[in-house]
Ligand binder design. Sequence first.
Ligand code: HEM
Length: 420
Amino acid sequence: MASFLLLLELGVAYFVYRATYCLYFHPLVKVPGPKLAALTSWYCAYYDVIEGGQSVWKIKTLHEQYGPMVRNVPDVLHVKDPAFIDELYTQSPPQFLSQANVRKLVPVVNETLEDLHRRFEGWAKEGKPVAMRAPWPAATRDVIAAYAFGGGVKCLQMADCNQPFFQLLNRERAGEVTVHFSWIMTAIIKMPPSIMNKLSPPIPHFQRFIDLGKIIESIRNDKEPPERSTIFHDMLRKDVVGSEKATARMVDEAMVLAIAGSDTTALTMIGICYENVTQPKIFERRRAELDSAWPDTTQPPDPVQLDHVPYLNALIEEALRFFSSATHRQDRMAPNEDLVHEYTDGRTLTLLRGSIIAMTAPLVNRHLSLYDDPDAFDPDRYIGAPKLMHLTLSKGTRQCLGINLAYQELQTFTAGVWSN
Ligand code: HEM
């Protein structure tokens, strides 16, 4: 009993210390925002986990109330001011999946397009509606699996397009929960498979996914790199310290690639399909343009040529802006310099070095200072104009590493699937 009381007292003392620090002494104390959000990260977690992915829209209302700088989490300052983008997202991104490397993947993307044709033809014969949630994550995952691991079982060749796996990733608000409570994901990964299976029957699909260690090991043991070398063949043969190439580290990288490179592109494709089906004008213009740019549809589309098809690319850019498949906070930190934000009325706010500062793509992408009528889906806004800013693929050193692959898939799949 005495030790319980001691624990309770320690807990209360810690709470009082933490609350006093957050409300009166924290470096972000001058940033406006609700007191509850300054006290606990559960404030935003509530809107994601309980309300279902709503924290981004809650942040939008906080900006309406408190202005362009808001403290939405104790340690994070959220910005809604496009003029601050170049200040925050600086330096060039790393050249990981360069355009030249991605061009080597043309056969993989084209094979996946053929698989898509087969599946769509099959569904058309059955005469049943198709939920777009099935083919697109399967297609994008097949591409990334070929590039990262040299293939494996193709999702598009499975009768259910490996849907239980994708449903598991999106089940029970798993994404939202693990964003706020990352230890849960760590615990799941470390759990013995027998307990995992009891907790959730579809878990074996995830188990297969985290068996990536075996794939990495077999790539490591390959004496000769295969004809079509994979990212992990390259990484494991790079001249870097051993710990950088440890299997656990490589598995983490593989999971990031598999998740980052599949749902994002898939959701953009779903948006493009939706607009093609619901807006006849878009359907007709895209078709007329592709009929002349790519008349012989028995041949696969040429990606270099697709780079120069204006309406197709405008449609893709607008889908990236409008549907913004990566909705998470893009945190950054300036470790060595204070940043200064200037309000429109001339007041300034100094953000001390080391502060975590973030923007969120859906809010930037619909900012009135960047776009006329931002809530309308209008590919024409990109015709003839230099690429207008959107933050969907981020900027600076942490810009999406798969940007070239994403564009290539979006171009080939949009042109290819709708040609038929
Ligand atoms: C429409 C498709 C895509 C969108 C919207 C998207 C979006 C993003 C964003 C916003 C980030 C930066 C995250 C941050 O700043 O916090 C990112 C990082 C990344 N993306 Fe993409 N992405 C897409 C496609 C891809 C593809 C196809 C690949 C696969 C090669 C990929 C691989 C990555 C990787 C490896 C990172 C780095 C993760 C890290 O820094 O830890 N992405 N992506």
